[in-house]
Structure formats: structure tokens, C-alpha cells
Design a protein around this ligand. Sequence first.
Ligand code: PSU
Ligand code: MN
Length: 306
Amino acid sequence: MMNTTDYLNIHPEIKDALADGKPIVALESTIIAHGMPYPLNIQTAMEVETIVRENGAIPATIAILNGKLCVGLNKAQLEMLGNTANVWKVSLRDMPYVISKKFPGATTVAATMRIASMAGIRIFVTGGIGGVHRGAEKTMDISADLFEMAQTDVAVISAGVKSILDIGLTLEYLETEGVPVITFGQDDFPAFYSRSSGFSSPLRMDDPVDIAALLRTKWQMGLHGSVLIANPVPVSMEVPLPKMEVFIREALSDAAKAGIDGKRLTPFLLKTIADKTGGESLAANIALVKNNAALGAQIACGFVGH
Ligand code: PSU
Ligand code: MN
């Protein structure tokens, strides 16, 4: 009989770091395979790993390869994920299929969180989480990321929630599921490309060490689930919300016309918006992921007491 750990393939550096109680930051791979174009995706993935290291933690990029849940990838594996057609976008429901067929898979926030948790990693950095889509009252399109955040003890550092989603409903969902939402350094909850969403953040914290203490407290009390830490995009790279709204509406209407739904919707919207903004949104995306990597590493250091 195989059990959970037989499916894990943990890179030796991560194994040692886990054994030594060193700070580790999990990173997702959907952003590499489906969130950004080649070769910027690979370049960004490697720079993000470097930033995690510069801030005192060890990066563990997560993906599915050869029937294994891989925690920590080498350069060749990153290249393959970023430069191969037909890499699966793997959320929780896709995991057993992609694993049993031994297909290459890039993991979403939900799948990355679950694998990080299996490996014993508690801090995870991404760009943006999935959430409640606009029009979800009809389509019921709510990302599995939110369901995963309700139950799995891995903190997520993101730049807030993209306004391709219904930000208000996404915050409501997180409240219902008992997920603390903290914005780093400001009162407004950020909207990914934009520093403000128009929604005030349920919590604000200004020090990564305080955030780490909140995480320890939550999980020590046996309160399961994630904490969403929203880190606003750097000022110089932000695209203001009203400007984004125009492109987002166009992208949503393009998606409806082309009949794009289900798991293809989010990647379609990301790409269409990047095309329409002439790369401005992509530059913001890259800047915010790097910014999140630094904060995530600082939180990871606080979490293990370094
Ligand atoms: N939102 C972003 N960038 C992303 C994603 C979401 O701003 O790259 C990716 C993440 O991997 C996230 C996934 O987990 O899309 C959500 O997809 P869906 O909405 O199909 O659950
Ligand atoms: Mn969906």
C-alpha cells in the first residue's frame, strides 16, 4: 500500500531545511506555466527564488512531475514547466488524474497549499489567489483556493484579490470560513494590480514578526485553515483600479463570447488583460510577486524564530 509520503518527492535541500527547522517558503507553479508568457515566467520564477534566499528563507517551488508531488524544483524542471505545451493546470480535483497518468502538472494555490502542508511547510507565496468570480451567483464559479484556505494550515501571501473576481464576495467567503485577512502596511485591501480595492481590510499589520506570531497563535489553538496576507503592489508599478476596470470588462466579455469557463477562465482573463494593457499588467504582476517573496520570507523567518 502506498501512503501520502510515497507520493512526495522532497528536494534534499528542503528535507534538510525541514529537519533543521529552517524557514521555508512554498511557491506555486501555475503562475509559471499558465500565468505568464515564456521566457519571462522562468526568469521571474528564478528571481523570486533568489529574493526568498536574500531574505533568509529557502524557496520550495511545487509542481507535479512523473507521478510525484515535487517540493523544490531544479532549473531544468522549471524550464520544462515554463516552456512546454500541455502542462496541466492542477487544482485539487485534478491531482489524482494527473498523478496517476504521470502527466506534468503546474499546481494552483489550492493544490500547492495542500502539497506544502503534506510536506510540513506553512508559508506560501503567490501573486493572487483565486476567489469568487463576478457573476458567481449564477455560475457558482468559486475557486477551490477558497475552500482549501478554509481547511489547510498554510498561510498565503498574495497581492490581494484581482478585480477579475468579485472582491467583496471573496472577502465575505473568507469571513464565513474563518480565514483571517491581513493587509500589510495599509488599511485598504489591495486589488492585485492596484493598491486599493475600495474595500477596507479586515485587519492591518505592519510587522512580519507580528504576522508570524498571529500564525503560530492560530495554529497552536487548533484553529485550522489559512491566513491571507495581502501585500500591496509597489507604488511605482501599480495600475490604478479604474484603468484596470476597462480592460477587465473587455476581457470578461471576450471570455463570454468565446465560451470560456471552468478552469480555463482565470488563465484566459490573465492573458487577455496582459495583451490589452500592452504588458503593463504583466510588469505589475512580476513586481508584486517579487514583493510578496520578500515579505513571505520575512514572515517565514519570524515563524521559525530566526
Ligand atoms: N490569480 C492570479 N494569478 C494567477 C492565478 C490566479 O492573479 O496565476 C492562478 C493561481 O494558480 C490560482 C488559480 O490558484 O489561478 C485559480 O484558478 P481558478 O480560478 O480556476 O481556481
Ligand atoms: Mn473556477
